[in-house]
Design a protein around this ligand. Structure first.
Ligand SMILES: N[C@@H](CCC(=O)N[C@@H](CS)C(=O)NCC(=O)O)C(=O)O
Length: 214
């Protein structure tokens, strides 16, 4: 059994997508970051950076004590290695997957996150900051669009943890002032990932965990 400590944000969705895709048994422990639950001492024991998501694996491969993992990229890699799924096993394919997983973790996630912050949440609207992050998001979308011009998925022909990491950050593209019609290969990929049953199930959890306020 896996415990998933998460909230319904892009980084949280990455892990619920994996768990749904792999069919691993898991239970959800909501961490309402709007109510500062990420600072609770019990959560900090498994996620010392006070960020969701985090997991606890009660059946780790070494047969030892429950094993906790924080950082969504590390969690995706851990689960891929645990199940032998969604990461290529050959050296070159594995490196393709990891490069694009790390590209999301170090590039798209932080830049699109700053885009959300300055565009949507900052009380003071700072045109320089908004332009900087909208432009950088557009550049990253362009990189992804080029990458997807001649392959089905980000790491190649197989759907992988790189796609699971990237997809939730493309879902809010309108927040990020991006138009997917400007990125046709990305749009095709986006629609293909969105149509997966496991992805739909992962996003359907929002209604249970964090239903929209009336
Ligand atoms: N690099 C981290 C980022 C996680 C992250 O930023 N999580 C946000 C929600 S998407 C969070 O928990 N924020 C709570 C806070 O800022 O205190 C990861 O990928 O796991």
């Amino acid at each position: 059994m896996i415990d998933l400590h998460y909230w319904t944000t892009p980084n949280g969705h990455k892990v619920s997508i994996f768990l749904e895709e792999a069919g691993l048994p898991y239970r959800i422990f909501p961490v309402n970051i709007g109510a500062n639950e990420q600072f609770e001492p019990d959560f900090l024991k498994i996620s010392p950076n006070n960020r969701i998501p985090a997991i606890v694996d009660h059946e780790p491969a070494d047969g030892g004590e429950p094993l906790s993992v924080f950082e969504s990229g590390a969690i995706l890699l851990y689960l891929a290695e645990k199940t032998g799924q969604f990461i290529a096993t050959d050296r070159r394919g594995r490196e393709q997957t990891l490069q694009w997983l790390f590209w999301q973790m170090g590039g798209l996630g932080p830049m699109a996150g700053q885009n959300h912050h300055f565009n949507r949440f900052a009380k003071e609207k700072i045109p320089y900051a908004i332009k900087r992050y909208v432009d950088e998001t557009a550049r990253l979308y362009g990189v992804l669009d080029k990458r997807l011009a001649d392959r089905a998925y980000v790491a190649g022909e197989q759907y992988s943890i790189a796609d699971m990491a990237i997809y939730p950050w493309i879902v809010p593209h309108t927040y990020q002032e991006q138009n997917l019609d400007d990125f046709p290969n990305l749009k095709r990929w986006f629609e293909s990932v969105a149509s997966r049953d496991a992805v739909k199930r992962a996003y359907a959890l929002v209604d249970k965990v964090n239903p929209p306020k009336p």
